[in-house]
Ligand binder design. Structure first.
Ligand code: BTN
Length: 260
């Protein structure tokens, strides 16, 4: 049985500089990203976090649905970064998740480009970054994080083969409160480090499971195949094709072809 969450329990003595200074908790809502966007449009301070116990219209990347039954983690963080930092937010989020899972559970997460967090080759966390950019200014950016905590993948045939949860990996439940608090602390630290972005890039790069692998990448309407050769500091992926040519991909969805 998952423990109860509240804004007060998440914020208690959190001692972060920015992230989690304000937490808004809902037992149930459509999507924390949508609510966070509304909060940002209404002037919520940077670092505001929207958390829900359950999402009934959770959004994934490329218009997929994201399942958040009760007992998992769905949260979104509001940022107002300089436009140059936008690509780093994805790295920041997947690193903060990886560090916090490692600290709380001892498991060793890896990152599948651009921002899926995997454990033992299966997806445990998805990240959806949405932003409103006007000219050279970011009106707001919302980084949504969904972590499978206590979900039993076998109960959801659509994701059973590719997803896992912390409980499924460990054989016991993990405290959502502890993981959320650690995640906010790690995200806060990483956000302070963004101006010296090199360290974040290096750690994200070191955790990438994608490089050197044979991959299939869905990018817009295109399906591309090749070896994932490198990633740039702006987060883009260089794909080397069989004929020697290459494609730089800014956004896409990767399948690791040599995984099975
Ligand atoms: C993906 O891997 O496709 C991204 C999934 C992102 C899910 C999170 S859960 C919290 C936030 N609110 C949403 O509606 N989506 C993100």
């Amino acid at each position: 049985m998952a423990e109860n969450l509240s804004a007060a329990s998440i914020m208690e003595n959190l001692r972060t500089r920015l992230i989690g200074r304000k937490v808004i908790y809902y037992p149930r809502l459509d999507s924390t990203n949508d609510t966070a966007r509304q909060e940002a449009q209404n002037g919520a301070p940077e670092g505001t976090v929207v958390v829900a116990d359950e999402q009934i219209a959770g959004k994934g990347r490329i218009k997929r649905v994201w399942l958040t039954p009760r007992g998992n983690i769905a949260l979104s963080i509001i940022f107002y970064p300089p436009v140059a930092f936008l690509p780093c937010l994805i790295m920041l989020a997947s690193l903060a998740v990886s560090r916090s899972i490692e600290a709380v559970t001892g498991l060793k997460p890896q990152i599948k480009w651009p921002n899926d967090v995997l454990i033992n080759g299966k997806k445990v966390c998805g990240i959806l970054s949405e932003s409103d950019v006007r000219g050279n200014t970011v009106a707001h950016a919302v980084v949504g994080i969904g972590i499978n905590m206590n979900l039993n993948p076998a109960d959801f045939p659509g994701i059973a083969a590719t997803a896992t949860s912390l409980a499924a990996e460990l054989g016991k439940d993990v405290s959502r409160l502890e993981l959320i608090r650690r995640l906010l602390i790690e995200a806060d630290r990483l956000y302070q480090d963004l101006p010296s972005g090199e360290a974040i890039y290096q750690e994200w790069h070191a955790r990438l499971v994608t490089l050197g692998r044979r991959v299939q990448v869905k990018s817009g309407a295109d399906m591309l195949y090749g070896i994932a050769e490198s990633v740039d500091k702006d987060g883009s992926l260089l794909l080397r094709h069989a004929d020697g040519s290459s494609t730089r991909i800014v956004a896409g969805d990767v399948v690791l072809r040599d995984y099975q």
